[in-house]
Design a protein around this ligand. Structure first.
Ligand code: MEV
Length: 426
């Protein structure tokens, strides 16, 4: 299966749908879940959340050209913003010329927190808990026999003391829990709730909150890529200029939180699109990413860009990625299931490796545009199509009107309506 699809962009919607899966990896039903709208029925949605009255859908595009750890992968992306899918696909093509993305993850360990209040002597309480660590971990291991069978389960217990909080001193326990292919919130929260009474018995204190931490800094995904210098020149820009411009743009984000927030938002454009399409919890991933970006005490860029000894552009991205391939919406939502199948994903770790690679590609797309012609040029073509549709254009008129708006440098609804009126009067 190749993720290279030259000309895919120029095909009609129907042709793209037909050519999505030439190797027949998906069943007719799965293909339908990706291409026919909506993949989820209102009846299925009714079992997912409360007070359901309908569905809210997003465009689903395919990120092309991705090669992650030597394997080609077509990446489904659900996102409302123009340029995201095109940007990721184009940068994946550049990265491909340098061997694609190399990605790996740590073990899928989540952190469950227990807030322990009302202990007389925090230091002694800490020691008492640590003395009973074996018993507590053994108890936690019995909670989820399926996870245990799959090789997951509790790994460690840590105790932290906060001396000076607004309510005085208290302890926080961290239960480190390997959740394998699950996102893990349920497993971790259940384990914390189960351990709480035992912790209270050991310490004489009161366990207040019992909940997982979204700062999943033990479940980190990393990707790197090398863009050959020769791939960077375009238009009037020479390769060195583009490379150095990207590094300069990254340096801005490295030192300035105002810029870092936008820089990381660009990364999340790609990350969230895959997190969403696979039915994962994008708020958890967002929270983890930004907390991780601030872990030194100063909020900074999640990625790095530099040049290697040969002058090629080298990028890396490291971020927590608490995503699952089992449980929750990943199993219930037909589009999420089909998306995982299309990517040939067999584990949560493998999914995280793809997502972090997409994030890095997306970051490069933004920096390359910002460091050269500016973001609006690329954005405008696609934005113009949305404006054309909003103005009432249909069929072939959409592309024609969009082109006209870009040519006039007036990508505005009033002008679009005016042109449409002129055409209709002719
Ligand atoms: C827009 O959605 C994302 C960018 O602002 C990211 C960036 O500035 O790096 C273009």
């Amino acid at each position: 299966m190749s993720s290279r699809r030259p000309g895919f962009y120029n095909l009609s919607l129907e042709e793209r749908q037909q050519q999505l899966d030439p190797d027949g990896l998906l069943s007719a039903e799965e293909l339908d879940a990706l291409t026919a709208s909506p993949g989820l029925t209102v009846g299925q949605a009714d079992h997912m959340i409360e007070n359901v009255v309908g569905l809210h859908t997003l465009p689903l595009g395919i990120g092309l050209n991705f090669m992650v750890n030597g394997r080609d992968v077509l990446v489904p992306m659900a996102v409302e913003e123009p340029s995201v899918v095109a940007g990721a696909s184009f940068m994946a093509k550049l990265a491909r010329a340098g061997g694609g993305f190399t990605a790996h993850t740590s073990e899928p360990q989540m952190i469950g927190q227990m807030q322990l209040l009302e202990v007389d002597d925090p230091a002694t309480a800490r020691l008492k808990i640590l003395e009973q660590k074996g018993q507590l971990l053994a108890e936690a291991a019995e909670i989820d026999p399926i996870l245990k069978k799959l090789g997951g389960g509790p790994r460690d217990l840590e105790v932290r003391i906060f001396e000076d909080s607004p309510i005085g001193a208290f302890l926080v326990l961290h239960l480190i829990y390997d959740v394998r292919d699950a996102m893990g919130a349920n497993a971790v929260n259940t384990a914390c709730e189960r351990l709480a009474p035992i912790v209270e018995e050991i310490t004489g204190g009161r366990v207040h909150l019992r909940i997982l931490s979204n700062l999943a800094d033990r479940r980190v995904a990393r990707a790197r890529c090398t863009i050959p210098l020769s791939e960077l020149a375009f238009g009037d820009f020479n390769a060195e200029e583009v490379r150095d411009g990207i590094i300069e743009a990254w340096a801005f984000a490295a030192v300035d939180p105002y810029r870092a927030a936008t820089h990381n938002k660009g990364i999340m454009n790609g990350v969230d699109a895959v997190v969403i399409v696979t039915g994962n919890d994008w708020r958890a991933v967002e929270a983890g990413a930004h907390a991780y970006a601030a872990r030194s005490g100063q909020y900074t860029a999640l990625s790095t860009w530099s040049k290697d000894a040969e002058g090629n552009l080298v990028g890396s991205l490291e971020m927590p990625l608490a995503v699952g391939t089992v449980g929750g919406a990943t199993k219930v939502h037909p589009t999420a299931r089909a998306a995982l199948k299309l990517m040939g994903v067999e584990s949560a770790m493998q999914l995280a490796e793809i997502i972090v690679s997409v994030g890095l590609a997306q970051n490069l797309a933004a920096l390359r545009a910002l460091a050269t012609e500016g973001i609006q040029r690329g954005h405008m073509g696609l934005h113009a199509r949305q404006v054309a549709v909003a103005a009432g254009a249909e069929g072939d008129d959409i592309a024609r009107l969009a082109q006209q708006l870009v040519k006039e440098k007036k990508v505005r609804i009033d002008r679009a309506e005016e042109i449409l009126k002129e055409w209709r009067n002719q």
